[in-house]
Design a binder for this molecule. Structure first.
Ligand code: ATP
Ligand code: MG
Length: 409
C-alpha cells in the first residue's frame, strides 16, 4: 500500500519576515533531497507543511531519513479519507489496532470553513471513540498520544504515527563556515551544531601522514560521510600537517607546541575559508577542558585568525557533548583508535597560560608563508553526498572507513 507522509517544518522558519518564502523553499528542497531515490512525490504544500506520497515499502527508510533531516520539526504517516466523519472514524479505528496508551488527545485543524461541524465537535466525537476503544483518558496537556486530524477541502488527513525530527534550519540559509574536524568526539558535534543553525559547513582535517599512519584521515572521512546526512553535500579538505609540526618541534619551547599547532591550523583554515567564501571558522573547543582550551590559550591561539572563530561547544561539558555525539551518530567513529597530529610529540606538561610574546618570537624563526603554501598544496579535497547509493543504515561505521579508504575526487 502507498503511504502518505506529512512533514511539519521547523517552527522558527515561520518567523523569518521577508525571508520566510526563501527559507521555506530551501527547507522543502532539503526535505525532498532527503527522500531522493525512494520514489516520493510531493502531493501538497502548505506554508509550514508538506505532504508526500511514497510507494509501497518505502516508509521505514523514509522514516529513518526524516528523523535526522534538518528543518523537520515532526513528521507523520497519515491516512487520507473522504471528507466525511464516518470515514474518518473508520480510519481512526484502524489506526488504533494493536496500540495501547494511558492518555491521549485529539487535535483537529479545520481549514475548510464550509464544513457543517467545528473542530471542537470533531475532537469530542473522535475522543469518545478512542476512549471507548482503548479505555485511555483524555489529557489535553502532556498526553501520551496525540491524534492530529486536518480537515481540508475535499479530504481529511489523520496522523496515524507521528515522529519527531531534529528541527533546525536547512543548510546554507546562514552562509558558509569552515569547521576544523579532528578525529575526536567534540569537533563533529560542533560542526553539526552550526549545520543545525543553517550554516553550510566545509570541513578541514589536519593529518600527520606520512609522519604517522593515515588512520586519522580515514576517521575524518568516515565522520564526513556521516555528517553528510545532515547537509547532503559536504566537502572535506585533508591537509598534510607533518612539515608544520616538524618545524614547530625544532623551534618552539616544548610546552608551547600545541598552542603553535593550533595557530597554524587556524591560519591554514582561514586560507581555505577565503577560497570557499566562508566568513567564519568553527572548532570543538570547550572552555577549560584540556590545557589548550584555557581562556589564556584560546586568546593566544585566536590572535592567529582574522575571521571570527565560532566555538559552539564552549559552554558544554564532556558528558553533554558525548550525549549529543551519540544522538547524532558520530560517537562510535570518534572513539575508534587513531594517531592524531596533536598528540604527536605533545609535551607532558603543556603551557596553560601561553604568552603571546613567546609565541611571536618563535614564529619569527619559522617561514610561515612557505609552511602555509606547502600545506595548501599537499591538500586532497573530497566530496561526500547523501543519500548515497546504498542505504547507510545497513552499514556500520567501520564499513564506511573501508568503503571510503581510497580518496574520491
Ligand atoms: P575533539 O574531540 O574535537 O578532537 P578535543 O577535546 O580533543 O576535541 P583538541 O584536540 O584540543 O580538543 O582540539 C580542539 C579543537 O581543535 C578541535 O575540536 C578541532 O576543532 C581542532 N582540531 C584539533 N586537532 C585537529 C586536527 N587534527 N584537524 C582539524 N582540527 C583539529
Ligand atoms: Mg582532539
Amino acid at each position: 500500500m502507498e503511504t502518505l507522509v506529512l512533514v511539519n517544518l521547523f517552527h522558527e522558519l515561520a518567523l523569518k519576515g521577508q525571508n520566510r518564502p526563501l527559507f521555506l523553499k530551501k527547507a522543502a528542497a532539503h526535505v525532498e533531497r532527503a527522500l531522493a531515490g525512494l520514489g516520493a512525490r510531493r502531493e501538497a504544500t502548505w506554508p509550514m507543511a508538506l505532504l508526500f506520497r511514497l510507494p509501497e515499502g518505502a516508509w521505514p527508510e523514509a522514516r529513518g531519513r526524516l528523523g535526522h533531516t534538518l528543518g523537520v520539526e515532526s513528521f507523520a504517516r497519515v491516512v487520507r479519507t473522504p471528507p466525511d466523519l464516518e470515514a474518518l472514524e473508520r480510519a481512526l479505528e484502524e489506526a488504533l489496532e494493536g496500540q495501547s496508551f494511558g492518555s491521549f488527545r485529539i487535535t483537529a485543524q479545520r481549514s475548510d470553513k464550509s464544513l457543517p461541524f467545528t473542530s471542537p465537535e470533531v475532537e469530542r466525537r473522535l475522543g469518545a471513540l478512542v476512549k471507548a476503544r482503548t479505555g485511555a483518558q483524555v489529557r489535553l496537556k502532556g498526553a501520551e498520544r496525540e491524534f492530529v486530524v486536518r480537515l481540508l477541502p475535499g479530504a481529511f488527513l489523520l496522523e496515524a504515527e507521528r515522529h519527531l525530527g531534529p528541527g533546525g534550519l536547512p543548510p546554507g540559509v546562514s552562509g558558509r563556515v569552515v569547521a576544523l574536524l579532528s578525529g575526536g568526539i567534540d569537533s563533529p558535534v560542533a560542526a553539526y551544531r552550526l549545520m543545525r543553525r543553517g550554516a553550510e559547513v566545509v570541513l578541514v582535517h589536519f593529518h600527520p601522514f606520512p609522519l604517522l599512519s593515515g588512520r586519522s584521515r580515514e576517521k575524518a572521512k568516515a565522520l564526513a560521510q556521516h555528517l553528510a546526512r545532515f547537509q547532503h553535500r559536504l566537502k572535506l579538505h585533508l591537509v598534510p600537517f607533518s612539515e608544520v609540526q616538524r618545524q614547530i618541534i625544532l623551534e618552539a619551547p616544548k610546552a608551547y607546541r600545541v598552542v603553535l599547532y593550533r595557530r597554524f591550523m587556524l591560519r591554514i583554515a582561514e586560507a581555505i575559508a577565503r577560497e570557499e567564501g566562508a566568513l567564519a571558522l568553527c572548532t570543538g573547543d570547550s572552555l577549560g577542558q584540556v590545557a589548550s582550551q584555557t581562556l589564556e590559550n584560546l586568546y593566544v591561539v585566536n590572535q592567529a585568525a582574522t575571521l571570527p572563530v565560532f566555538r559552539p561547544l564552549l559552554g558544554w561539558d564532556k558528558q553533554e557533548i558525548m550525549a549529543e555525539a551519540r544522538r547524532i551518530g558520530t560517537y562510535a567513529t570518534s572513539i575508534l583508535p587513531d594517531e592524531e597530529c596533536c598528540t604527536l610529540f605533545a609535551p607532558r606538561n603543556p603551557v596553560t597560560r601561553a604568552h603571546l610574546s613567546v609565541v611571536l618570537e618563535t614564529e619569527a624563526r619559522l617561514d610561515t608563508e612557505a609552511l602555509l603554501a606547502l600545506a595548501l598544496e599537499g591538500r586532497e579535497v573530497l566530496r561526500f553526498t547523501w543519500p548515497g547509493r546504498k542505504p547507510l543504515e545497513a552499514a556500520g561505521e567501520r564499513a564506511f572507513i573501508m568503503e571510503h579508504g581510497s580518496p574520491r575526487g
